[in-house]
Design a protein around this ligand. Structure first.
Ligand SMILES: Nc1ncnc2c1ncn2[C@@H]1O[C@H](COP(=O)(O)OP(=O)(O)OP(=O)(O)O)[C@@H](O)[C@H]1O
Length: 581
């Protein structure tokens, strides 16, 4: 428990003091909960004393007892609500901070980290795992703190009346805590399995949703459902396993306190019958024996969740320990935008893509990469933007190795327009402003006009405020492309990486797309994966990739006059299935 409290305080970051305050208020609240017992003792004593003297209990005594009771109740309400709100607000803030921290971190880790399994892991960590901590951390820890403090305070009070009954209650608390530690040990074994199952479930559901179009097109309903069904089954099995693992120990935990309550009660009666205990003390112990363990018993259920929270925090913390690519990066503003590959070798895991390639792209020129499918054209772009790190050699931008930049200062220089455009579930305005969040409406409209999308946006019912579906699914391919170009125009970065769309668009859309690209690439350094002969022909420099090397390079005319795969391809274009031009 102490370990979890320490872990939670570390996890809470800047909300640590609110969390500590909530614990302190909980302790005061617990003391307030003991006060009514004092009121009972006070009234019983007065009642018995009055009876012995043949008198009636006075109004003054009753008011006194009532006031003691009132102090306890008011204290409980005030400190309980402060403690609850402090703990809950601290948990919400701490989890919001964690989600933002993880989001920031994800931008700065290599793309290699994001395999499909990891997507499930990350998604479940950010949603369900942090969600568990958010909703449960405050309650679990408060229940435990209240449970233990409540029992200890009453045990101390009882010890003043009779040390033997005090010993029974303290012995029960210690035994209960021991059983509790067994419970947590058990939990160490089963909680990570449950979390693994949770990640697997999220990964399976994500994959199912992402591939829903293929599932429908190929009528794979049953087959693909099986993966989700299996993940649900595994998650169910782990959840039930978790419960089963705890059932016996929780029963033992409750048994200890029930037996102790009984023993306290019997002991009080025994001492009363032997004349060692007054009636009022006996009644007080009887009342206390019912109250003393009520909170710590309730805390027993929470304690089984303690380890679950522990492993939730561990899981989130591991995400925070992924090494950042730009830990030692500097905020660099280069003087020029020349791009250079110096003896670069690169592999995805064991699959080698480039073997010692060198190339240079002077600023304000257009470089086109062509070659058969899978030869590494997109990979060139990924290396320039440092989505991946080279294995050997250097990629340089403006005279600096891309590894010397912070990710942010490197990407400030680059706009990327992908073939598969992704638009966020937000307004068109915000999707364009993604390129420069502080842009004014006039600047957004100017960019949209240059990208030839102002007209169709203006014709939408809500214009720029029109909401688009996740992934931009309510717009046509050409419209999405032009919005992504508007976004890049607004960013106005000096380097443009352009993966030209291969999908055929109608002539009107194609004309608009070409105009938009012309606007985007004017006076810029352009790296393009070209799919159309017309764009390749105009490039200042063409690089032909094959077999992990640059097999040819130069202008279109030069390459056409050389023997090699470029001219062969152009001449026998119809045969060259799979080429990107
Ligand atoms: N994240 C990745 N992990 C492992 N292998 C990858 C990854 N991305 C690409 N590859 C592989 O690296 C090779 C080069 O991929 P890349 O996308 O750069 O080729 P490309 O020339 O752009 O292909 P295309 O013209 O078909 O788009 C391919 O064989 C591809 O399967």
């Amino acid at each position: 428990m102490v370990r979890t409290i320490k872990g939670l305080l570390e996890f809470s970051g800047r909300n640590k003091s609110s969390l500590i305050q909530s614990f302190v208020y909980r302790v005061i609240l617990t003391i307030c909960e003991v006060i009514p017992i004092l009121a009972i003792v006070y009234s019983l004593n007065s009642m018995i004393l009055a009876k012995e003297n043949g008198n009636q209990i006075t109004i003054k005594t009753l008011i006194g007892a009532f006031l003691i009771l009132l102090v306890g109740v008011i204290g409980k309400i005030i400190f309980g609500s402060i403690a609850n709100s402090k703990a809950q607000v601290a948990c919400f803030k701490m989890c919001a901070d964690k989600r933002i921290e993880i989001g920031d971190r994800l931008k700065r880790i290599p793309m290699g980290y994001f395999s499909s399994n990891r997507l499930g892991e990350i998604a479940s960590a950010v949603t369900t795992t942090i969600g568990d901590i958010e909703t449960q951390a405050g309650h679990i820890l408060n229940n435990l703190v209240v449970g233990v403090v409540h029992a200890v305070v009453i045990a101390i009070v009882i010890s003043f009346f009779d040390w033997r009954i005090g010993l029974i209650s303290i012995g029960a608390i210690l035994t209960g805590l021991f059983v509790n530690s067994l419970l947590q040990k058990k939990s160490i074994a089963v909680s990570p399995k449950r979390q693994e199952a949770q990640s697997g479930l999220v990964a399976a559901v994500l994959e199912y949703i992402q591939g829903i179009a293929v599932v429908k097109a190929f009528n794979l309903g049953e087959k693909s459902n099986r993966a989700v069904d299996d993940a649900i089954e595994e998650s169910r099995r782990c959840n039930i396993g978790l419960e089963k693992a705890f059932i016996k120990l929780i029963a033992l935990y409750l048994f200890v306190f029930k037996v102790a309550s009984g023993a306290m009660l019997m002991m009080a009666c025994y001492l009363f019958s032997g004349g060692e205990f007054s009636l009022s003390n006996t009644l007080m112990i009887i009342v206390s024996s019912f109250v003393i363990f009520s909170q710590i018993e309730a805390a027993g259920n929470s304690s089984s969740l303690l380890r679950m929270m522990d492993s939730s925090m561990d899981k989130v913390n591991t995400l925070e320990q992924i090494p950042l690519m730009d830990e030692n990066g500097m905020d660099i503003k280069p003087d020029n935008y020349d791009i250079e590959f110096k003896n670069v070798s690169f592999s995805y895991d064991s699959r080698k893509i480039f073997d010692n390639i060198s190339l240079s792209i002077p600023q304000n020129t257009t470089a086109a990469f062509v070659g058969p499918s899978g030869e590494g054209k997109s990979t060139i772009c990924n290396l320039i933007a440092r989505f991946w790190d080279v294995n050997e050699g250097e990629v340089r931008l403006g005279g600096y190795n891309v590894k010397e930049y912070t990710c942010e200062s490197l990407l400030n220089n680059i706009s990327m327009v992908f073939q598969n455009v992704y638009l966020f579930q937000d307004t068109i305005l915000n999707n364009i402003k993604f390129g420069r969040p502080k842009a004014t409406m006039e600047e957004v409209v100017a960019a949209a006009k240059k990208a030839c999308c102002h007209e169709f946006i203006s014709n939408l019912p809500d214009g720029y405020s029109t909401m688009i579906g996740e992934g931009g699914c309510s717009l046509s391919g050409g419209e999405k492309q032009r919005i992504s170009i508007a976004r890049a125009i607004l960013k106005d970065a000096p380097i443009i990486i352009l993966d030209e769309a291969t999908s055929s668009v109608d002539p009107e859309n194609e004309k608009q797309l070409r105009l938009a690209i012309e606007e985007l690439t004017r006076y810029k350094t352009v790296i393009m994966i070209a799919h159309r002969l017309s764009t390749v022909k105009d490039a200042d420099h063409i690089f032909v990739l094959s077999g992990g090397h640059i097999v040819q390079q130069g202008k279109h005319e030069k390459l056409m006059n050389e023997e090699g795969i470029y001219s062969e391809f152009i001449q026998a274009r119809r045969k060259a299935v799979g080429w990107s031009l």
